[in-house]
Design a protein around this ligand. Sequence first.
Ligand SMILES: [Zn+2]
Ligand SMILES: [Zn+2]
Ligand SMILES: [Zn+2]
Length: 294
Amino acid sequence: MRDVRVTVLGTAQDGGVPQPGCARECCLRVRANDALRRHPVSLGIVGADGSTHLIEASRTMGEQFEIWHSADPVDGPLTSLSITHAHLGHVDGLGLFGKEAMGAKNLTLHCSESFAALIENNPPWHELRKQEVISPNTWTSNKSFEPSPGCGFTINPIPVPHRDELSDNHALLIEGVGCNLLFLPDHDSWSETLRGSTIRKWLTELNVDIALLDGTFWDADELPHRDLSEIPHPTVRESLEMLGDRKEGDPDIRFLHLNHTNPLCNPSSPEAAELASKGWALASEGDSFTLERL
Ligand SMILES: [Zn+2]
Ligand SMILES: [Zn+2]
Ligand SMILES: [Zn+2]
């Protein structure tokens, strides 16, 4: 048996950084410096029995497996996949499991009932299911499940409001031995997610030690050409106003799912300095957490 370990495999919003078609400074800077590139959000978890579990299926999975293997070398095919919701960057790598690429056999896909229904209604995904590439296994909201027997951790899917034109959305609480990590890459607003609670109270109730939170936009001025009400996310500025400075006993909070326009994509920006001065952090690809408190 080994430790249960979660590795961050992606920190960008669905479009990735740089974003296709963006010729502005935000992406020119990244194209000139590979170290600033970001993949769509994803996590890799290795269980106590060496089983391997992927969260989200991004089109850049190939490079993301390499990030995973350098942080935590493991062998063998993937044991399970879990998907939070049906938006682009969370699902656009599903086809890579098919015959044309990895040729997976009955890969367990943990998802909500609404996502499983979408698989049946989307011909390419339906075909993956029919060819027994993926084998959907539906979870119940707020009910922890073991992604594979003996993996040494459980996942609690927490329903979280987020534009649901294709499927519903869940935050995933990954529960190890005395140490829990919350993965909340997308939600529409804190008021809908917290329903009267505060961020601290909510995280305490869920026993969260490490929280990877939606950091899509820094503030509302970021996308002058787009209607932000069509792509709602709480801004990092708003989250910081609600959180204030980090206090003793607070969880380790790191923001991810960064849009290419987010100044936090530039580690030497004043916004990145402001985040750090409050005691909070940005998630980095390759960050790795042991979910075991001895
Ligand atoms: Zn997303
Ligand atoms: Zn850009
Ligand atoms: Zn989304």
